[in-house]
Design a protein around this ligand. Structure first.
Ligand code: PLP
Length: 482
């Protein structure tokens, strides 16, 4: 299996190279040249790690089988407490695929616990001996998931930059208490944009690359456009489908719809890959918050990013440019020329419109809807009152949209974060006044609902804080060179 670029279909690289390089030339994204065929009968009874190995082996064809077996077992076994891909019934025909039983209680663990191992092995496969230094700008969730994934790995260091006073108390402590000799965490004076712009500047700075090259260090990013982050997410669509069949919720071979709380379009795109591999997926429903650029796009074919950016109660979905959409456009239009044109228009004018044929194909596979903060809060309340099911603010958006889009097929909502990662918002949604402190809110949420908080979050205020440094955005460069 070789990889093409969304902006140059003549390019061909191996999986290892796609993962080491991250981005293709001219800002293209690497995509597989075809979809490996799923062996549904052979896979239906596999454990999560064993299934992950099968799915990934179809895409990462230059990786050794024993490496994939070992990596998937150590990633998705005990580290997920045996709950990887856990699928629970919320009501008849409505299910939650709970993706937050990993070490940092967010779905990003599925990708960020495995990708670092894929990167180390890719360097091995390509005989590259340099040290990799990962720089991450984060508004909260990605930082901890990346730190946890890269900590302690050989030949790799990671530096995370988050906005000082811009994250929740829990998110800050999750990062500041991270263990490992190869991790660094900095609070940046300013907001997320200041941190992100500072990190982008460092990536674009030739003098930084040169100085680091002299020390045999190569910069890299952990963001969600790397193929190594996308591929691991395909697995749980299969796993959830098999569990629904087991529970008698769907007949073997009949379609299931999935509703996905969406930001950068990575999670939902993985569902499209599963479908192309042969999984009976009906509609993939794209759920957005008030930043509903994707809802409009899927309904009309016009992607218009020229709009107000809202900060919402589902911050990981506060995105106006969804990078991974480019991969879908490449697969559906089959043309890197078209994709290049649309992406150029987006960069230059903030808007583009796809042709009617491409739009028809998008609508064949995808539906879309959105929900504001109030609707999301009402959904948290209703799901708990009616179904005794507690969900977080991101998942609530998807439940709301799922209701609008439900058909005869069973609907699976992807639940992307533990409700205890956002305890104050969830508690307010349930009608209680939230205390200032996240930890007090966590305890109050448990008292109100009887649901235990994950241990890793509960014990966070007992761990030693290792990182307290606050730097100016201008000093990100010096930190990256340190
Ligand atoms: C990142 C994230 C999302 C959005 O996922 P994408 O792959 O960016 O679409 C949704 N919910 C939570 C909790 C997240 O952390």
């Amino acid at each position: 299996m070789q990889y093409q670029s969304t902006r140059d279909s003549s390019l061909r690289v191996s999986a290892s190279e796609a993962i080491v390089r991250g981005l293709a030339p001219q800002s293209g994204l690497f995509v597989p040249e075809c979809f490996p065929r799923a062996d549904l009968e052979g896979w239906k009874h596999l454990s999560y790690p064993a299934l992950a190995q099968k799915v990934l082996a179809g895409y990462l064809t230059d990786y050794r089988a024993d490496f994939l077996q070992d990596a998937t077992e150590t990633t998705y076994g005990a580290a997920f407490g045996g709950n990887a891909g856990r699928t629970v019934k919320v009501q008849d025909g409505l299910y939650a695929l709970e993706l937050w039983h990993g070490p940092t209680c967010a779905f990003k663990d599925y990708a960020l616990q495995l990708m670092p191992k894929l990167l180390v092995e890719a360097k091995h496969n390509l005989d590259r001996r340099e040290t990799t230094r990962i720089l991450v700008a984060t508004s909260g969730d990605t930082g901890k998931a990346a730190l946890a994934g890269y900590a302690g790995l050989e030949g790799i260091g990671i530096q995370v930059f988050y906005p000082n006073a811009g994250t929740s108390e829990i998110q800050r402590l999750q990062m500041a208490t991270q263990t490992g000799d190869n991790v660094q965490v900095y609070a940046v004076q300013g907001n997320f944009d200041d941190a992100q712009t500072g990190v982008k500047k460092v990536f674009a700075d030739e003098s930084v690359a040169q100085e680091l090259a002299g020390r045999n260090i190569c910069l890299s990013s952990a963001n969600s456009i790397n193929w190594g982050r996308l591929a691991p997410q395909i697995v749980y669509y299969f796993y959830a489908y098999f569990r629904l069949v087991e529970q008698g919720a769907v007949a073997w071979g009949a379609p299931v719809d999935f509703c996905v709380p969406t930001g950068n379009f990575g999670d939902i795109l993985a569902g499209y890959y599963a479908k192309q591999m042969g999984l009976p997926v009906g509609k993939l429903v794209c759920a957005s918050n008030k930043n509903n650029v994707l809802t409009d796009f899927i309904r009309t074919g016009t992607y218009d990013a020229r709009r107000t950016f809202y900060k919402t109660a589902s911050p990981s979905m506060d995105i106006l440019i969804s990078s991974n959409l480019e991969r879908l456009l490449f697969h559906l239009s089959g043309s890197s020329e078209k994709v290049r044109g649309w992406m150029q228009e987006l960069a230059q004018t903030g808007v583009y419109t796809v042709d009617a044929e491409t739009l028809a194909k998008i609508q064949e596979h995808f539906a879309a809807g959105f929900a504001g903060d109030e609707e999301g809060a009402a959904e948290i309340r209703t799901r708990f009152a009616q179904d005794n099911y507690l969900c977080d603010t991101h998942t609530a958006v998807a439940f709301r949209v799922a209701e609008e889009c439900r058909r005869e097929a069973p609907m699976v909502v992807l639940s992307t974060a533990s409700p205890f990662k956002f305890p104050r918002d969830v508690l307010s949604a349930l009608g209680s006044t939230a205390p200032e402190s996240d930890f007090a809110a966590m305890a109050a949420l448990t008292k109100k609902t009887g649901v235990q908080a994950p241990q890793s979050l509960r014990e966070l205020d007992k761990l030693p804080v290792r990182f307290t440094q606050v730097i100016e955005p201008d000093n990100i460069r010096a930190a990256a060179l340190g």
